[in-house]
Design a protein around this ligand. Structure first.
Ligand code: ADP
Ligand code: MG
Length: 694
């Protein structure tokens, strides 16, 4: 085989040469704020919400990042999600009694003052359910609150002689509140399910035996006993025993996992088959279970754009309608007379001014999406992340570890003037500390190397290219063609397509090692499902060579491929796509959290696969897929799209009925009873819409 000087690869792309001009490309990663939920972060979050109104999702993301340092320093304290207080036994029956009384009164012949007096009894009972809330609201300065408006409207109707309608209004409000509370409770229940992965105790091994202690009191380095069937209390390393670990609670999928001495284990997972001893490697509050629960706990607090639009709508709508109600109900009759019909119009407008449900139930929809996805091991950092996924038209994939399994294997060795074994040994020794999957493959192929023979020193990482190391006093390079070119070392062009890892010692070329990685089993189906769900463009980025990436891209129908990219070129490619996307759409980036932190945070929404135990993923990604099931991306997308559409429906129906009622009421074209029933029905429709999300 002749030696050639390899031609300079022509992978420099047009778009990469363009200078990124927009500031958003420079956003730092760290969404840590979302995991660090404290009082301090409230303001940041609030202003982040305001900011989003002005400049969209990316601005809000940047703002959150800016506040994160502050938030990180403050002591984290967990708020174990509590369910909403259920109505007391007494108050739950009060509306029922009121309803029965109301029906009963219809059968009693009454006359004169007896009539209002009789209706006042169910009226007072029914108003009890709202009066306290109304009082609380008004005292807290929220004069425009649902309970208060209901009470006021009911009083107006009662005063004009519409006794039945006045009581029915209150009863239906109670009923819709009950329904809403029930649905919120269900979401809170899902939240509780997530927090059940928190360990209750840890079994510390002491000189005199064992001791059950609070997991928070475990120090790194402590040796803990985890009996079969118990939950692993803290992230650590197995020091004794062989067992099987189930990550189902964390990753949402039953995936038993054999562990042996030296293996890492993560808190929240269950130890299945036999007792093991682990050495704690982190404090409790930096362990996986704790971080996940906090993340899931904080997520509902980051509102979606749709949610903020809805609250902005109410912000303008309510005062306008109330102002008109005042004009039509009080000012007009002063001049024209005819108080009763005018007051009834005002009452209808008060009904119309109520927020049918909280923000048209948009937060409820998103909460549901958060808990549904968390159930299968996908944790989002906010409602806005779900929304951003729903709006995605482009998804960028980093090849290794997402589309492929990220587990390389050596297939061939082509040594130059040495044996295969020698070449592998040199490469493996140089790679001894690299965390790249290629390094793992080479080490495995080389077998065990005696430390005393060759000891690597002065290691240096060249991201996206390879590594260099000193073996004895010899300079060794192990990496792709770009690495050798950079150091002016001539190399052989591989005679077969594939990922070639070249090796040189003191500028002398020693040959190359071919490695391959398998495409994930269900990658094709997953990508097709994404397309069916409306993704228009699938992009594949990789640092690997074209000869490997091109067949994968064409087999999986990618629309765009960029190969032989260094990490910074990947980031530029993401920036380029971000700059040239449609105004209303977003771009999602799917990477493997450990290596692609900066690139992940460059897209609108970063999705990290294989996030279990990865701090980098936790810090930089917006959506964490705990295991490596690629099919969870389309599953998340489907739910997000469903929620996104349902949220618009809710907004349209809710706001539409509100406006319609207000107009009809204003001109007196609707009877108060019809208005009350219509309002109730719209509430049921909005809440019921969330039941469709499954
Ligand atoms: P990917 O886009 O597939 O994740 P990377 O950016 O991690 O790829 O790496 C790109 C290429 O650089 C690899 O295909 C490999 O050829 C080379 N490379 C990176 N790190 C190493 C290493 N530690 N040892 C050998 N080769 C490496
Ligand atoms: Mg990589």
């Amino acid at each position: 085989m002749g030696k050639h000087l390899a031609p300079k690869p022509k992978h420099e792309l047009n778009f990469i040469k363009k200078k990124p001009t927009h500031a958003s490309g420079q956003t730092k990663p760290v969404h840590a704020l979302r995991t660090e939920k404290t009082a301090d972060t409230k303001d940041v979050r609030k202003s982040a919400g305001r900011e989003r109104v002005k400049r969209g999702f990316r601005a809000a993301k940047a703002k959150r990042n800016a506040g994160s340092e502050e938030a990180r320093r403050s002591v984290p304290r967990i708020r174990v999600p509590e369910t909403l207080p259920s109505l007391g036994r007494f108050s739950r029956y009060v509306p029922v009694i009121a309803a029965l009384l109301l029906i009963g009164i219809h059968f009693v012949p009454l006359e004169g003052w007896m009539v209002p007096a009789a209706y006042a009894i169910p009226g007072l009972l029914a108003i009890m359910d709202h009066a306290a809330d109304a009082y609380e609201g008004v005292r807290g300065g929220r004069y425009i609150n649902n309970a208060f408006l209901s009470c006021l409207s009911s009083v107006l109707l009662f005063s004009t002689g519409l006794y039945t309608v006045a009581v029915v209004l209150l009863l239906l409000s109670s009923l819709s509140n009950l329904f809403e509370k029930h649905l919120l409770d269900k979401c809170a229940g899902a939240q509780n399910r997530i927090s059940s992965i928190l360990p209750k105790y840890a079994t510390l091994i002491t000189e005199s035996g064992t001791d059950n202690i609070d997991p928070a009191d475990v120090n790194p380095g402590d040796i803990l006993l985890v009996a079969a069937g118990e939950r692993i209390p803290i992230d650590g390393i197995v020091v004794d025993g062989i067992s099987t670990i189930d990550t189902a609670a964390v990753s949402g999928q039953r995936s038993p996992w054999a562990v042996n001495v030296g293996y890492k284990v993560y808190s929240g997972c269950r130890n299945l088959t036999s007792d093991i001893k682990i050495k704690a490697s982190r404090p409790y509050q930096q362990s996986t279970a704790w971080k996940l629960v906090r993340l899931a706990d904080a997520a509902p607090d980051f509102a979606s754009e749709q949610g903020s639009s809805a609250s902005r709508f109410m912000l303008y709508y309510q005062p306008v309608v109330l102002g008109l109600a005042l004009v039509f109900g009080v000012v007009l009759p002063i001049f024209r007379g005819g108080w009763a019909p005018h007051l009834q119009r005002a009452a209808v407008m008060l009904v119309a001014a109520r927020a049918v449900t909280d923000c048209f139930s948009i937060p409820l929809l998103y909460r549901k999406a958060l808990s549904l996805t968390a159930d299968f091991g996908v944790f989002s950092k906010g409602q806005d992340c779900i929304e951003a996924i729903a709006k995605a038209e482009t998804i960028i994939f980093d090849k290794t570890g997402t589309i492929t399994e990220g587990r390389y294997a050596v297939t061939d060795v082509y040594p130059v003037k040495m044996s295969e074994k020698q070449l592998l040994t040199i490469a493996a020794a140089a790679e001894s500390f690299s965390r790249h999957p290629v390094a793992a493959a080479i080490r495995e192929a080389a077998g065990i190397i005696d430390d005393r023979v060759i000891r690597a020193a002065k290691l240096r990482d060249y991201p996206g290219r390879g590594i260099s190391a000193l073996l004895g006093n010899r300079q060794v390079y192990v990496g792709n063609a770009a690495l050798l070119e950079e150091h002016g070392i001539k190399y052989q062009i591989p005679s077969r397509p594939g990922t070639a890892i070249h090796v040189s010692v003191d500028s002398r070329y020693c040959g190359y090692i071919l490695v391959t990685d398998k495409v994930r089993r269900r990658a094709f189906d997953a990508l097709e499902t994404l397309r069916v769900n409306g993704i228009k463009k699938l992009v594949l980025l990789t640092g690997d060579v074209f000869s490997v990436a091109r067949p994968i891209a064409s087999r999986l129908n990618f629309d765009m491929l960029r190969a032989e990219l260094k990490p910074e070129e990947k980031a530029k490619a993401v920036n380029y796509l971000m700059k040239n996307k449609g105004a209303r759409s977003t771009i999602a980036f799917v990477g493997e959290g450990e290596n692609s932190g900066r690139i992940i945070s460059g897209a609108d929404v970063g999705i990290a696969m294989g996030s279990l135990g990865s701090d980098a993923a936790l810090a930089s990604a917006d959506v964490l897929i705990m295991d490596r099931d690629i099919f969870k991306i389309p599953r998340t997308l489907t739910i997000s799209r469903l929620v996104y559409r349902a949220a618009w429906e809710n907004f349209a129906v809710g706001a539409g009925i509100n406006i319609l009622l207000a107009l009809l009421g204003m001109f007196g074209w609707i009877s108060p009873l019809a208005a009350v029933i219509l309002s109730f029905m719209s509430c049921v429709a909005l809440l019921g819409n969330s039941l469709r999300i499954k």
